[in-house]
Design a protein around this ligand. Structure first.
Ligand SMILES: NC(=O)c1ccc[n+]([C@@H]2O[C@H](COP(=O)([O-])OP(=O)(O)OC[C@H]3O[C@@H](n4cnc5c(N)ncnc54)[C@H](OP(=O)(O)O)[C@@H]3O)[C@@H](O)[C@H]2O)c1
Length: 319
Protein backbone atom coordinates (compact mmCIF):
# COMPACT_ATOMS: atom_id res chain seq x y z
CA UNK A 1 0.00 0.00 0.00
CA UNK A 2 1.28 3.49 -0.81
CA UNK A 3 2.32 5.48 2.26
CA UNK A 4 0.90 8.98 2.79
CA UNK A 5 2.14 11.16 5.67
CA UNK A 6 -0.82 11.83 7.92
CA UNK A 7 0.49 12.60 11.39
CA UNK A 8 3.63 14.76 11.32
CA UNK A 9 5.85 15.51 14.32
CA UNK A 10 8.43 18.33 14.08
CA UNK A 11 11.52 18.77 16.24
CA UNK A 12 13.30 22.12 16.00
CA UNK A 13 10.28 23.63 14.25
CA UNK A 14 10.66 26.91 16.16
CA UNK A 15 14.21 27.54 14.89
CA UNK A 16 15.68 29.61 12.09
CA UNK A 17 14.79 27.25 9.24
CA UNK A 18 12.27 25.28 11.32
CA UNK A 19 9.95 28.30 11.41
CA UNK A 20 9.74 28.31 7.60
CA UNK A 21 9.14 24.55 7.57
CA UNK A 22 6.44 24.63 10.28
CA UNK A 23 4.66 27.55 8.59
CA UNK A 24 4.84 25.92 5.14
CA UNK A 25 3.45 22.64 6.49
CA UNK A 26 0.56 24.48 8.17
CA UNK A 27 -0.23 26.40 4.95
CA UNK A 28 0.06 23.40 2.62
CA UNK A 29 -2.98 22.61 0.49
CA UNK A 30 -4.45 20.04 0.68
CA UNK A 31 -3.86 20.21 4.41
CA UNK A 32 -1.91 17.57 6.32
CA UNK A 33 -4.38 16.02 8.81
CA UNK A 34 -2.19 16.43 11.92
CA UNK A 35 0.92 18.52 12.55
CA UNK A 36 2.53 18.46 16.00
CA UNK A 37 5.47 20.52 17.23
CA UNK A 38 7.78 19.19 19.93
CA UNK A 39 9.36 22.18 21.65
CA UNK A 40 11.43 22.83 24.75
CA UNK A 41 9.94 24.55 27.83
CA UNK A 42 12.28 27.52 27.28
CA UNK A 43 11.15 28.09 23.70
CA UNK A 44 7.49 27.46 24.61
CA UNK A 45 7.81 30.41 26.96
CA UNK A 46 10.04 32.63 24.85
CA UNK A 47 8.08 32.15 21.60
CA UNK A 48 4.65 31.84 23.24
CA UNK A 49 2.90 34.30 20.91
CA UNK A 50 4.33 32.66 17.75
CA UNK A 51 3.30 29.23 19.03
CA UNK A 52 -0.19 30.54 19.87
CA UNK A 53 -0.50 31.88 16.31
CA UNK A 54 0.55 28.49 14.86
CA UNK A 55 -1.94 26.76 17.20
CA UNK A 56 -4.70 28.90 15.74
CA UNK A 57 -3.52 27.69 12.32
CA UNK A 58 -4.01 24.09 13.45
CA UNK A 59 -0.74 23.11 15.13
CA UNK A 60 -0.68 20.74 18.11
CA UNK A 61 2.12 21.30 20.60
CA UNK A 62 4.04 19.00 22.94
CA UNK A 63 6.43 20.62 25.40
CA UNK A 64 9.39 18.45 26.41
CA UNK A 65 13.12 17.90 26.45
CA UNK A 66 14.43 16.28 23.29
CA UNK A 67 17.39 14.89 25.19
CA UNK A 68 14.98 12.93 27.42
CA UNK A 69 14.20 9.50 25.93
CA UNK A 70 11.04 9.32 28.05
CA UNK A 71 9.76 12.64 26.66
CA UNK A 72 10.48 11.64 23.06
CA UNK A 73 8.94 8.19 23.46
CA UNK A 74 5.86 9.73 24.98
CA UNK A 75 5.66 12.27 22.11
CA UNK A 76 5.84 9.48 19.50
CA UNK A 77 3.09 7.63 21.36
CA UNK A 78 0.73 10.50 22.05
CA UNK A 79 1.02 11.99 18.54
CA UNK A 80 1.04 8.55 16.85
CA UNK A 81 3.35 10.26 14.36
CA UNK A 82 3.99 8.41 11.10
CA UNK A 83 6.41 11.09 9.86
CA UNK A 84 9.09 12.94 11.84
CA UNK A 85 10.77 16.10 10.60
CA UNK A 86 13.84 17.26 12.45
CA UNK A 87 15.12 20.80 11.99
CA UNK A 88 17.19 20.91 15.17
CA UNK A 89 20.10 23.33 15.23
CA UNK A 90 23.76 22.35 14.97
CA UNK A 91 23.98 22.03 18.78
CA UNK A 92 21.26 19.39 18.73
CA UNK A 93 22.38 17.27 15.77
CA UNK A 94 23.89 14.49 17.88
CA UNK A 95 20.64 14.04 19.81
CA UNK A 96 19.00 12.88 16.59
CA UNK A 97 20.61 9.46 17.00
CA UNK A 98 18.38 8.79 20.00
CA UNK A 99 15.37 10.32 18.19
CA UNK A 100 16.05 7.86 15.34
CA UNK A 101 16.59 4.89 17.65
CA UNK A 102 13.27 5.56 19.37
CA UNK A 103 11.56 6.09 16.01
CA UNK A 104 12.78 2.67 14.85
CA UNK A 105 11.51 1.18 18.12
CA UNK A 106 8.11 2.85 17.86
CA UNK A 107 5.24 1.13 16.14
CA UNK A 108 4.15 4.27 14.39
CA UNK A 109 7.00 6.26 12.80
CA UNK A 110 7.51 5.26 9.16
CA UNK A 111 9.54 8.14 7.78
CA UNK A 112 12.20 10.48 9.24
CA UNK A 113 13.69 13.63 7.70
CA UNK A 114 16.87 14.43 9.69
CA UNK A 115 18.08 18.00 10.11
CA UNK A 116 20.08 18.72 6.95
CA UNK A 117 18.67 21.56 4.78
CA UNK A 118 22.14 22.63 3.76
CA UNK A 119 25.35 21.66 2.04
CA UNK A 120 25.72 18.26 0.39
CA UNK A 121 27.83 16.47 2.99
CA UNK A 122 28.72 13.60 0.63
CA UNK A 123 29.63 15.72 -2.39
CA UNK A 124 33.18 14.65 -3.13
CA UNK A 125 36.27 12.93 -1.70
CA UNK A 126 36.98 15.98 0.52
CA UNK A 127 33.52 15.89 2.12
CA UNK A 128 34.32 13.25 4.80
CA UNK A 129 37.00 15.57 6.28
CA UNK A 130 35.08 18.85 6.33
CA UNK A 131 34.65 19.86 9.99
CA UNK A 132 31.08 21.23 9.75
CA UNK A 133 29.88 17.94 8.20
CA UNK A 134 31.02 15.63 10.99
CA UNK A 135 27.84 15.39 13.09
CA UNK A 136 25.54 15.09 10.09
CA UNK A 137 27.81 12.35 8.67
CA UNK A 138 27.63 10.56 12.02
CA UNK A 139 23.82 10.66 11.87
CA UNK A 140 23.87 9.24 8.31
CA UNK A 141 26.30 6.50 9.42
CA UNK A 142 23.97 5.52 12.28
CA UNK A 143 21.01 5.45 9.89
CA UNK A 144 22.83 3.17 7.42
CA UNK A 145 23.98 0.82 10.15
CA UNK A 146 20.94 0.65 12.39
CA UNK A 147 17.70 1.61 10.69
CA UNK A 148 15.78 -1.24 9.09
CA UNK A 149 12.12 -0.28 9.33
CA UNK A 150 12.00 3.53 9.25
CA UNK A 151 12.61 5.22 5.87
CA UNK A 152 14.81 8.32 5.71
CA UNK A 153 15.09 11.29 3.33
CA UNK A 154 17.69 14.07 3.51
CA UNK A 155 16.58 17.40 2.04
CA UNK A 156 19.80 18.99 0.75
CA UNK A 157 19.19 22.61 -0.12
CA UNK A 158 22.62 24.23 -0.38
CA UNK A 159 23.13 27.71 1.10
CA UNK A 160 20.15 29.86 1.98
CA UNK A 161 20.42 32.81 -0.36
CA UNK A 162 18.85 34.97 2.39
CA UNK A 163 21.83 34.31 4.70
CA UNK A 164 24.58 34.06 2.08
CA UNK A 165 23.98 37.68 0.98
CA UNK A 166 24.58 38.95 4.51
CA UNK A 167 28.09 39.91 5.52
CA UNK A 168 29.31 38.90 8.96
CA UNK A 169 30.59 41.95 10.88
CA UNK A 170 34.39 41.93 10.74
CA UNK A 171 34.38 39.02 8.28
CA UNK A 172 33.20 40.90 5.21
CA UNK A 173 36.01 39.41 3.13
CA UNK A 174 34.30 36.00 3.42
CA UNK A 175 31.59 37.39 1.13
CA UNK A 176 28.29 39.25 1.15
CA UNK A 177 26.40 42.37 0.21
CA UNK A 178 25.76 45.60 2.14
CA UNK A 179 22.91 47.45 0.45
CA UNK A 180 23.08 50.44 2.83
CA UNK A 181 26.67 51.12 1.66
CA UNK A 182 26.30 49.68 -1.87
CA UNK A 183 29.29 47.45 -1.20
CA UNK A 184 29.86 43.82 -2.14
CA UNK A 185 32.51 41.25 -1.23
CA UNK A 186 32.98 38.47 -3.75
CA UNK A 187 35.24 35.38 -3.74
CA UNK A 188 37.71 35.00 -6.63
CA UNK A 189 36.42 36.42 -9.91
CA UNK A 190 32.76 35.94 -8.95
CA UNK A 191 32.07 33.73 -11.97
CA UNK A 192 31.72 30.40 -10.13
CA UNK A 193 28.05 29.41 -9.95
CA UNK A 194 26.33 28.46 -6.70
CA UNK A 195 23.04 26.59 -6.27
CA UNK A 196 20.90 28.45 -3.72
CA UNK A 197 17.65 27.92 -1.91
CA UNK A 198 15.62 30.70 -0.40
CA UNK A 199 14.35 30.00 3.10
CA UNK A 200 10.71 30.02 2.02
CA UNK A 201 11.61 27.57 -0.75
CA UNK A 202 13.16 25.22 1.85
CA UNK A 203 9.64 25.07 3.35
CA UNK A 204 8.14 24.41 -0.09
CA UNK A 205 10.65 21.64 -0.80
CA UNK A 206 9.93 19.92 2.54
CA UNK A 207 6.20 19.98 1.74
CA UNK A 208 7.06 18.72 -1.78
CA UNK A 209 9.08 15.87 -0.26
CA UNK A 210 6.14 14.83 1.92
CA UNK A 211 3.95 14.76 -1.20
CA UNK A 212 6.36 12.31 -2.88
CA UNK A 213 7.16 9.59 -0.33
CA UNK A 214 7.95 6.72 -2.68
CA UNK A 215 10.27 8.85 -4.85
CA UNK A 216 12.02 10.28 -1.78
CA UNK A 217 12.58 7.24 0.46
CA UNK A 218 16.27 6.51 1.00
CA UNK A 219 17.46 9.56 -0.94
CA UNK A 220 19.44 12.73 -0.35
CA UNK A 221 17.36 15.08 -2.51
CA UNK A 222 19.36 18.01 -3.89
CA UNK A 223 16.96 20.88 -4.40
CA UNK A 224 17.64 24.44 -5.49
CA UNK A 225 15.70 27.66 -6.10
CA UNK A 226 18.21 28.95 -8.68
CA UNK A 227 21.86 28.54 -9.73
CA UNK A 228 23.72 31.82 -10.27
CA UNK A 229 27.18 33.36 -9.97
CA UNK A 230 28.03 36.05 -7.39
CA UNK A 231 28.49 38.45 -10.33
CA UNK A 232 24.92 37.75 -11.44
CA UNK A 233 23.75 38.46 -7.88
CA UNK A 234 25.72 41.72 -7.91
CA UNK A 235 24.18 42.70 -11.26
CA UNK A 236 20.70 42.08 -9.82
CA UNK A 237 21.46 44.25 -6.77
CA UNK A 238 22.79 47.01 -9.04
CA UNK A 239 19.71 46.77 -11.24
CA UNK A 240 17.24 46.88 -8.34
CA UNK A 241 19.05 49.70 -6.52
CA UNK A 242 19.81 51.63 -9.71
CA UNK A 243 23.43 52.16 -8.65
CA UNK A 244 26.92 50.90 -9.30
CA UNK A 245 28.32 49.05 -6.26
CA UNK A 246 31.85 49.03 -4.90
CA UNK A 247 33.23 45.51 -5.15
CA UNK A 248 36.07 43.91 -3.16
CA UNK A 249 37.34 40.58 -4.41
CA UNK A 250 38.81 37.99 -2.01
CA UNK A 251 41.05 35.35 -3.57
CA UNK A 252 39.95 31.82 -2.64
CA UNK A 253 43.35 31.27 -1.00
CA UNK A 254 42.72 34.24 1.32
CA UNK A 255 39.37 32.76 2.32
CA UNK A 256 41.15 29.47 3.06
CA UNK A 257 43.70 31.28 5.27
CA UNK A 258 40.88 33.06 7.11
CA UNK A 259 39.13 29.71 7.57
CA UNK A 260 42.27 28.06 9.02
CA UNK A 261 42.83 31.00 11.33
CA UNK A 262 39.25 30.92 12.66
CA UNK A 263 39.43 27.16 13.35
CA UNK A 264 42.79 27.57 15.08
CA UNK A 265 41.35 30.27 17.33
CA UNK A 266 38.26 28.18 18.10
CA UNK A 267 36.07 30.93 16.65
CA UNK A 268 32.54 29.57 16.02
CA UNK A 269 32.40 31.58 12.78
CA UNK A 270 34.89 29.08 11.31
CA UNK A 271 31.91 26.90 10.29
CA UNK A 272 30.52 29.63 8.10
CA UNK A 273 33.95 30.34 6.55
CA UNK A 274 34.35 26.65 5.66
CA UNK A 275 30.88 26.45 4.16
CA UNK A 276 31.44 29.63 2.12
CA UNK A 277 34.70 28.12 0.83
CA UNK A 278 32.93 24.86 -0.11
CA UNK A 279 30.19 26.80 -1.96
CA UNK A 280 32.78 28.97 -3.75
CA UNK A 281 34.62 25.80 -4.83
CA UNK A 282 31.54 24.44 -6.61
CA UNK A 283 30.20 22.29 -3.76
CA UNK A 284 26.58 22.97 -4.74
CA UNK A 285 26.88 22.05 -8.42
CA UNK A 286 25.46 18.83 -9.84
CA UNK A 287 25.00 17.39 -13.29
CA UNK A 288 21.33 17.43 -12.41
CA UNK A 289 19.50 18.33 -9.22
CA UNK A 290 16.36 16.59 -7.91
CA UNK A 291 13.89 19.44 -8.41
CA UNK A 292 12.06 17.30 -11.02
CA UNK A 293 11.41 14.57 -8.44
CA UNK A 294 9.40 16.96 -6.27
CA UNK A 295 7.81 19.09 -8.98
CA UNK A 296 7.42 22.09 -6.63
CA UNK A 297 5.79 25.12 -8.22
CA UNK A 298 6.26 28.83 -7.51
CA UNK A 299 9.93 28.78 -6.53
CA UNK A 300 11.69 32.10 -5.97
CA UNK A 301 13.82 33.62 -8.73
CA UNK A 302 17.04 35.58 -8.19
CA UNK A 303 15.03 38.78 -8.70
CA UNK A 304 12.48 37.72 -6.04
CA UNK A 305 15.26 36.85 -3.61
CA UNK A 306 17.15 40.14 -4.04
CA UNK A 307 13.89 42.08 -3.72
CA UNK A 308 13.21 40.26 -0.45
CA UNK A 309 16.76 40.91 0.81
CA UNK A 310 16.40 44.62 0.07
CA UNK A 311 13.34 44.93 2.31
CA UNK A 312 15.01 43.28 5.31
CA UNK A 313 15.35 39.66 4.21
CA UNK A 314 14.77 36.74 6.54
CA UNK A 315 15.25 38.91 9.64
CA UNK A 316 12.07 40.77 8.73
CA UNK A 317 10.02 37.65 7.95
CA UNK A 318 7.00 36.88 10.10
CA UNK A 319 5.24 33.57 10.48
N1 LIG B 1 21.89 26.02 4.24
C1 LIG B 1 22.17 26.99 5.07
O1 LIG B 1 22.60 28.07 4.66
C2 LIG B 1 21.89 26.79 6.54
C3 LIG B 1 21.92 27.86 7.41
C4 LIG B 1 21.59 27.66 8.75
C5 LIG B 1 21.24 26.38 9.18
N2 LIG B 1 21.23 25.34 8.30
C6 LIG B 1 20.87 23.98 8.77
O2 LIG B 1 19.51 23.97 9.19
C7 LIG B 1 19.33 23.08 10.28
C8 LIG B 1 18.64 23.83 11.43
O3 LIG B 1 19.50 24.89 11.84
P1 LIG B 1 18.91 26.26 12.45
O4 LIG B 1 20.02 27.25 12.39
O5 LIG B 1 17.60 26.56 11.79
O6 LIG B 1 18.66 25.80 13.93
P2 LIG B 1 18.46 26.70 15.24
O7 LIG B 1 17.60 27.85 14.92
O8 LIG B 1 19.78 26.94 15.87
O9 LIG B 1 17.71 25.65 16.20
C9 LIG B 1 16.54 25.02 15.82
C10 LIG B 1 15.82 24.44 17.00
O10 LIG B 1 16.43 23.23 17.43
C11 LIG B 1 15.94 22.94 18.74
N3 LIG B 1 16.99 22.40 19.60
C12 LIG B 1 16.78 21.53 20.59
N4 LIG B 1 17.92 21.21 21.21
C13 LIG B 1 18.89 21.92 20.62
C14 LIG B 1 20.28 22.03 20.87
N5 LIG B 1 20.91 21.33 21.80
N6 LIG B 1 20.96 22.89 20.09
C15 LIG B 1 20.37 23.60 19.12
N7 LIG B 1 19.04 23.53 18.87
C16 LIG B 1 18.30 22.69 19.62
C17 LIG B 1 15.38 24.25 19.31
O11 LIG B 1 13.97 24.15 19.27
P3 LIG B 1 13.05 23.96 20.56
O12 LIG B 1 13.59 24.83 21.65
O13 LIG B 1 11.71 24.39 20.06
O14 LIG B 1 13.11 22.52 20.89
C18 LIG B 1 15.81 25.28 18.26
O15 LIG B 1 14.89 26.33 18.10
C19 LIG B 1 20.72 22.55 10.64
O16 LIG B 1 20.87 21.26 10.10
C20 LIG B 1 21.66 23.54 9.99
O17 LIG B 1 22.90 22.98 9.60
C21 LIG B 1 21.53 25.53 7.00
Amino acid sequence: MTFTPTRILIFGGTGTIGSYITTSLLRAQPRFPQITLFTSPGTAEKKASQIAKWKSDGLSVIVGDLTSSADVKSAYQSSQADTVISAVGRGGLQHQIELLRLAEESNTVQWFLPSEYGTDIEHNDKSPDEKPHQLKLKVRKYIRAELRRVKVTYVVTGPYFDMWVDTAPGLESAGGFKPEEKKAWIIEDGEGKIGFCTMWDVGKFVVGTLRHPEESFGKALKVQSFIVSPNEVLAEYEKQTGAKWEVTKTPLDDLKSLETDLWEKGNPRATSATLRRIWAEGGTLYEKNDNDVLNVEGLDSLADAVKHALVGGYKADTF
